[in-house]
Design a protein around this ligand. Structure first.
Ligand SMILES: Cc1ncc(COP(=O)(O)O)c(C=O)c1O
Length: 412
C-alpha cells in the first residue's frame, strides 16, 4: 500500500480533530503504546490544575464535593461501557478491584470449589486468583491460551461445570490482543451456574463492551490506557445491580459504609457501586479520569471502534507486506473479528528490535517476553499515516541488522 492511501484516510477521518486535544510534538517518536499508557489530553491536565487550586482554596471543605467523585466518575465510565448508573465505581487499582470482586463472587457461590482463569492472562490476574485460592481453599484451574489466538471457547466449556464458582478472563488479551465474545462466554458460564468476572483493561475506551446487555456479572479495568487518565490513575469496578446484595465486599472500609460520616459502630455496606469502595480516594487522579473520559465520550465509542478496526486491519496488512519477508510473524488472531485494538508482531530478536526503535527516537511500542513487539494505535490520536511511517522504520531497523541481544540482557 502507498503512503498516499494513508494520507487520504487521515483527510476523511471524522476523529482527526481529536488529535488536536493532545500536545503532540511534531518531531517526537511515533507513539504506538497508548494501550500501556495513554497520552495526556489537555483537558485532563487542566482538570488537575483546577483541582490543585480547589484544594488550596476549599481545603477540607472540598470533601463535600470530592466524596462523590468515585460514583459520579463511575457513572461516566459506565456510559462508555454500556452500564446503567449505580453499577460502576472508580477506585483503587485494577489488581485490588479484581481481588475485591473475585472474593465477593466466591461468597455468592458457596459450596462450589473451583476458580477458572486463563494460563495466558496478565500476571496480576493470575497472581490475585492464586492468592485467593491459597487463602480460601478453592482450586484454581488455568485454561490454556494460545500465544496468538488466546482462549478457545470450546476449551473453556470443557473446563467448567457445576463445581465452578467463578470464571475470570480478560476480554482482550494483553499480549496478542485476541478478543473473546463477552455475551457468548458469559452465557456459557451462566449455563453452569458460575459467575463471570471480566478484566476490561485492554477494552475500555477503544472496544465496545455493552456490559449490561452482555449479561456480564462483574468487571474491572484501568483508566490509564485508552482512557488517558494518567500514570497510576485509579481503576474501575462494575457489579450488576441485581447481584449487589449477594456479592460481598471483603474489605470493610469507611468509604463503603452507609452514612459514612455518622462514624457508626457497625459496618453496613452502602447501596450501589459505592458499596465497593474502601478508603479515601485519590481526588486529583479522579478529576483527571473525569476529564479524560469526557474526551473519549465526545468522540464516541462506536466511531473509535470503527477507526480502531481500520487501523489494526491496515497494520496487519503492512506487517504482512513489509515485515513478514524480514522474518517477523503476526502474533495476533488472523481473523479480524477476533481482534481487539492492538496488534502483536513476533520476531526472534523482538527485544533488541523494540529497544532500537525507542533508542533511535522512531517508534514506541512495547516488548512482551519472549518474542513479541506489541503495537497499540490508540484511535483517539493515532493517524493512519503514523502506521505507514512506523512500519517503514521498523522494516529499516530489521534490514540494518540487529545485535544478537536477548531480553535477559535488557537494561530495564
Ligand atoms: C489485563 C491487565 N490487567 C491488569 C493490569 C494492571 O493492573 P494494575 O492497574 O492494578 O497495575 C494490566 C496492566 O497493564 C493489564 O494489562
Amino acid at each position: 500500500v502507498e503512503r498516499s492511501v494513508f494520507e487520504g484516510l487521515d483527510r476523511v477521518d471524522p476523529l482527526a480533530p481529536f488529535r488536536d486535544e493532545f500536545d503532540i510534538p511534531d518531531d517526537g517518536p511515533i507513539y504506538l503504546d497508548g494501550n500501556s499508557l495513554g497520552r495526556p489530553p489537555r483537558s485532563a491536565v487542566a482538570a488537575v490544575e483546577a483541582g490543585l487550586r480547589e484544594w488550596a482554596i476549599d481545603l477540607v471543605g472540598g470533601w463535600r464535593r470530592w466524596v462523590h467523585l468515585p460514583e459520579s466518575v463511575g457513572d461516566r465510565i459506565g456510559e462508555l461501557l454500556g452500564a446503567r448508573s449505580g453499577q460502576v465505581a472508580v477506585c483503587d487499582s485494577t489488581t485490588v478491584n479484581l481481588y475485591k470482586l473475585a472474593s465477593g463472587a466466591l461468597a455468592a457461590r458457596p459450596g462450589r470449589g473451583v476458580i477458572v482463569g486463563s494460563a495466558g492472562d496478565f500476571p496480576t490476574d493470575r497472581y490475585v486468583l492464586q492468592g485467593i485460592a491459597a487463602a480460601s481453599g478453592h482450586r484454581l484451574q488455568l485454561v490454556g491460551s494460545s500465544p496468538s489466538e488466546g482462549v478457545d471457547l470450546d476449551d473453556l466449556c470443557r473446563h467448567i461445570n457445576d463445581d465452578t464458582a467463578l470464571v475470570c478472563l480478560s476480554h482482550v488479551d494483553y499480549r496478542s490482543g485476541a478478543r473473546l465474545d463477552l455475551t457468548e462466554v458469559t452465557e456459557a458460564v451462566h449455563r453452569v451456574g458460575a459467575m463471570v468476572l471480566w478484566d476490561l483493561c485492554h477494552s475500555a475506551g477503544a472496544v465496545p463492551v455493552a456490559l449490561d446487555d452482555s449479561g456480564a456479572d462483574l468487571a474491572v479495568g484501568c483508566t490509564y490506557k485508552y482512557l488517558n487518565a494518567g500514570p497510576g490513575a485509579p481503576g474501575f469496578l462494575y457489579v450488576r445491580t441485581e447481584l449487589q446484595r449477594d456479592v460481598a465486599h471483603p474489605i470493610w472500609g469507611w468509604f463503603g459504609q452507609s452514612d459514612q460520616f455518622a462514624m457508626g459502630r457497625e459496618y453496613q455496606r452502602t447501596e450501589g457501586a459505592a458499596g465497593y469502595l474502601t478508603g479515601t480516594p485519590g481526588v486529583l487522579a479522579l478529576m483527571a479520569v473525569d476529564a479524560a473520559a469526557g474526551v473519549t465520550a465526545r468522540a464516541g465509542i462506536e466511531l473509535l471502534w470503527a477507526k480502531s478496526r481500520e487501523l489494526t486491519d491496515l497494520l496487519v496488512r503492512l506487517i504482512t507486506e513489509r515485515l513478514v519477508p524480514l522474518g517477523a510473524r503476526l502474533a495476533s488472531p488472523a481473523d479480524p473479528a477476533r481482534r481487539g485494538a492492538h496488534i502483536a508482531v513476533a520476531h526472534r530478536q523482538a527485544w533488541p528490535w523494540c529497544a532500537s526503535l525507542v533508542e533511535r527516537g522512531q517508534v514506541v511500542g512495547d516488548f512482551r517476553p519472549p518474542d513479541v513487539l506489541r503495537l497499540g494505535p490508540a484511535p483517539l490520536y493515532t493517524r493512519f499515516v503514523d502506521l505507514f511511517d512506523a512500519v517503514e522504520k521498523m522494516a529499516a531497523v530489521l534490514s540494518d541488522g540487529l545485535p544478537d541481544g536477548d531480553f535477559e540482557a535488557r537494561v530495564t
